[in-house]
Write a protein that binds this ligand. Structure first.
Ligand SMILES: CC(C)(COP(=O)(O)OP(=O)(O)OC[C@H]1O[C@@H](n2cnc3c(N)ncnc32)[C@H](O)[C@@H]1OP(=O)(O)O)[C@@H](O)C(=O)NCCC(=O)NCCS
Length: 176
């Protein structure tokens, strides 16, 4: 059963399933999509299945996840957006990837804003982080438009990465 997480004005976000290898393959073999992402292109369906099984689906068990995005208008798959729990840092990371033909419509911002809202109100996450390659202007714009604050830079694999963060104000109030 496919599980819907939430809807926005124009989009539906749902959990990926093992049947989504084709969609993931389309997204993660696009050189434009991977341009600023330190990740190899998917090799084939079996590789896509491995990523779904080992990386994407386990996040759903801990109330996090990268969720598939479809348009409400006609159900077209446009990419993913979501909240990933990063074990090394114990932080939640906001991320997104859209098929190039879908860029420039404000979809990433629309999905990102709702992910943050969902993370704060439904999942009670204390703070959410976002990271982007310093030259990835579109991604940096999305983080800013989603209301995130620039914290500073770090270096990963010899490239400069900008770090953003947004805090759950309600969570802070509850703690004090
Ligand atoms: C990042 C990405 C998700 C943005 O998706 P999108 O739906 O086009 O984003 P939005 O339309 O919501 O907003 C993009 C913003 O960046 C701006 N922008 C895009 N390309 C730009 C460029 N080359 N220079 C300056 N601004 C740019 C847009 O004008 C818009 O800002 P505005 O509303 O102030 O005009 C999409 O480009 C993508 O999938 N990239 C590949 C994957 C990726 O890099 N993901 C992020 C990894 S950190």
């Amino acid at each position: 059963m496919m599980k819907i997480i939430f809807e926005t004005e124009r989009l539906i976000l749902r959990e990926f399933t093992l049947a989504d290898t084709g969609l993931l393959l389309k997204l993660n073999t696009s050189p434009e999509v991977l341009r600023y992402i330190d990740e190899p292109a998917l090799r084939n369906e079996a590789h896509a299945l491995e990523i779904l099984e080992n990386i994407i689906l386990p996040q759903y068990q801990i109330n996090r996840g990268r969720w598939a995005i479809h348009t409400r208008k006609d159900g077209t798959f446009i990419g993913w957006c979501g909240l990933k729990f990063v074990t090394e840092t114990q932080n939640t990371d906001l991320g997104y990837r859209l098929l190039p033909g879908q860029w420039g419509n404000g979809y990433a911002t629309e999905a990102a804003k709702k992910c943050i809202q969902y993370g704060f109100t439904q999942l009670h996450i204390e703070e959410i982080f976002g990271k982007a390659h310093i030259d990835n202007v579109a991604s940096i714009r999305v983080l800013e438009k989603a209301g995130m604050k620039y914290l500073g830079n770090t270096i990963e694999e010899d490239t400069v990465i900008k770090i953003y963060q947004v805090k759950n104000l309600n969570h802070d109030q509850l703690q004090s």
